[in-house]
Design a binder for this molecule. Structure first.
Ligand SMILES: N[C@@H](CCC(=O)N[C@@H](CS)C(=O)NCC(=O)O)C(=O)O
Length: 223
């Protein structure tokens, strides 16, 4: 199996983390999205969406980080993707929750416009409006995450880590790029502490933390 990815990519990180943690037989191939390699014919022939991650399992090919995590979880019968109907439905629900409204407002609204030049909007007024809208909505989603989705549990779906924590944990920690520390969200902080106990966390996230260090003193809008 082969994973096309970029180590700083929010969508690649949870898949890389699962592969590293579970020692899955998946070879990694870096697609340099910073230099535009994903726009070259060789890659667009594989993935016309021109994004990472992208998984090849023989002649079976797929995109979408959430779906790739579920595929790997099912293929390797990992306890991180439980087979019990209701437990699996809960994992799917939480992953959809992160991947839809939370991703839209937190990543695409608040975070990406501040750190990626290609997310710059056509005028300062529009740009600031996007960020303010994202911050406002993200605050609501973080409240739901803290109080209801995590609550007093160690992980989003119960007492054990699941692929929903791999997925959500990597999205939420992307906020460290703009200096989010999640003060005032004690359950989010505690949950992130639990996810970060994964033995591969530091190595898989090395590039993210290097990127965060390079942005350290910038005056970002943050939660
Ligand atoms: N919904 C997709 C999103 C993938 C995605 O946004 N990938 C980003 C990196 S995190 C990418 O490839 N960006 C390339 C670009 O913006 O040109 C998934 O979850 O896999």
């Amino acid at each position: 199996m082969k994973l096309y990815m970029h180590p700083a990519s929010t969508a690649s990180r949870p898949v890389r983390l699962l592969i590293a943690e579970k020692k899955l037989p998946v070879e990694e191939h870096v697609v340099d999205i910073l230099s535009g390699e994903h726009y070259k014919d060789e890659y667009t022939a594989l993935n016309p969406s021109r994004q990472v991650p992208f998984l090849e399992d023989g002649d079976f090919r797929m995109t979408e980080s959430s779906a790739i995590l579920k595929y790997l979880g099912s293929k390797f019968e990992l306890p991180e993707y439980p087979t019990d109907l209701k437990k699996r439905a809960r994992v799917d629900e939480v992953m959809d929750w992160f991947n839809t409204q939370f991703m839209r407002d937190f990543a695409y609204g608040l975070l990406y416009p501040q750190v990626f030049p290609h997310h710059k909007r056509p005028s300062d007024e529009i740009h600031q409006g996007v960020i303010a809208w994202g911050k406002d909505k993200a605050q609501v989603w973080f409240g739901v995450l803290d109080k209801h989705i995590i609550g007093s549990k160690p992980y989003t779906c119960g007492d054990s880590i699941t692929i929903a924590d791999y997925f959500g944990g990597c999205i939420v920690t992307a906020g460290e790029l703009i200096g989010c520390t999640y003060e005032g969200l004690p359950n989010v902080q505690r949950w992130l502490g639990n996810v970060k106990q994964l033995s591969s966390w530091a190595s898989v996230n090395e590039v993210l933390y290097g990127f965060a260090a390079s942005l350290k003193d910038k005056p970002f809008a943050r939660l």
